[in-house]
Write a protein that binds this ligand. Sequence first.
Ligand SMILES: Nc1ncnc2c1ncn2[C@@H]1O[C@H](COP(=O)(O)OP(=O)(O)OP(=O)(O)O)[C@@H](O)[C@H]1O
Ligand SMILES: [Mg+2]
Length: 558
Amino acid sequence: MSAPVLILNQNAKRETGRKAQSSNIAAAKAVADVIRTTLGPRSMLKMILDPMGGIVMTNDGNAILREIDVAHPAAKSMIELSRTQDEEVGDGTTSVIILSGEMLAVAQPFLDRSMHPRHIVGAYVRSLDSSLAVLDKMCQKLDVNDRDSMMALVRSCLGTKFVSRFGDLVANLAIDAVLRVTIDRPDGGKEIDIKRYARVEKVPGGMLEESLVLDGVMLNKDVVHPGMRRRIENPRILLLDCPLEYKKAESQTNLELSKEADFEAVLRQEEEYIKNLCDAIIRLKPDIVCTEKGVADLTQHYLAKAGISVLRRLRKTDNNRIARATGATICNQPDEAKESDIGTRCGLFEVRKIADEYFAFMEKCREPKACTILLRGASKDVLNEIERNLLDAMNVVRNIVFDPRIVPGGGATEMAIATSLIAESKSIEGVEQFPFRAVAQALEVIPRTLIENCGGNPIKLLTSLRAKHADALKQGTTCTWGIDGNKGELADMSDLKVWEPFMVKSQTIKTAIEAACMLLRIDDIVSGMSGKGQGGGGAPAAAQDAADEDTFGDARDG
Ligand SMILES: Nc1ncnc2c1ncn2[C@@H]1O[C@H](COP(=O)(O)OP(=O)(O)OP(=O)(O)O)[C@@H](O)[C@H]1O
Ligand SMILES: [Mg+2]
């Protein structure tokens, strides 16, 4: 008898066939169950202790999942879904997980009956095409220039969030901020870069009502010298990314001096260099000089004498934002700067003290195209949650500016798709019609969860909702009835004004079905970890965040 051949490392764990599929499904369901209660307007929040010891309080799907430390590979890939959703469209991160968890759950009975995953996947892919076709048919166009309809959309996105109790305040902030950074490109397209040009500054204390979108930028900086002006109207702004100090050599240098006079000569040279630097700056007559690097005491002295205020050690990203808001160009060498590099679009520069810190405001810019959103609130944790909600809302506004199509929310869209899938499944021959119909069943998880979360009766409500949609389908129309997530009863979404961007909904459905297909096709799980430094989901997420913060390596501060 031949000895068994060992291919895998003995530490490796392996699951194959049906067992692998079942464990994937169980893991996906477990992840979905974690965040099921955070869907909809009556959602709960989660409180999570992060690896650094801080707490996160949120109901944002992605924010919850990225803090959770999971071991199962399928659960990890589920969490990745919500991250992708967050990066791609910003909203719908809870829905996508719940939906894909359910897509997998409804496949279990077929696997138990030994249906080959290929059939299930085939039916799922087919149902995706049909779903997108229905979505296309039922969407409506929203007038982006109509503030009221924009408000209604953002309100329904924020209605599920912590900030909903502050009314329209955050919705207004989001719309203002996005419209401010929108640029019409010459080719007719639009450019909206929220991440880079709309920065959220959180200052704990005060009231949320004091939050606002500045028509310009704000920095957590004070002028470097007490003698410099702290309030300037219509300032001329020069932006630099070089140090205003005596240049030090790149590598270590040794100077050997033989006479005392040589030492003076060296010092004089340094002073002369700085004097020339300052003269080059003063020649341009700026009122404010901002640099990303340091500023020497002597430079401060010369510039203060010339009536110039200086801010130092700005972040690269802040500098870019000022450049865009004021029309300045960032220069590398003061003596090469030209008049056209000076920014003149700012109306008021002022250093103000908020709570215990000094902030430099550059406000009243003409057509700023970059802005800072100043958030005030009770505490750091509350502010973090408000920021996450605001980012969701800003993404929704951005999506709608790019693609002004909307679909009804509150489970109405899912229900309409489900009804039409069931009708279509009758025309499918062979074994694939059953998984095809199961997709319809899975889509109902969204209205069902909305009902459950506000304590309604799922069976009764879903049955009558199904009937309503089936009637509409018979008449060849689509109906917009769904669940009123606050009262737990049926409601017409066009009366309730709960709308969602087409982009978010289509992305959610696409991601959910595709992810389910991927996981269903796995028949072998091999976990051959090498043992060292295998953290779970938590640690990489933290590292991810650090990388996300601000690129350009500019953690220094002055
Ligand atoms: N007033 C409402 N009544 C009923 N359903 C609503 C209402 N407002 C929003 N919804 C629905 O709630 C769902 C969105 O919930 P929620 O915002 O909690 O999760 P999400 O958008 O999937 O994820 P994220 O955590 O990223 O926001 C959507 O299906 C939406 O249609
Ligand atoms: Mg949402």
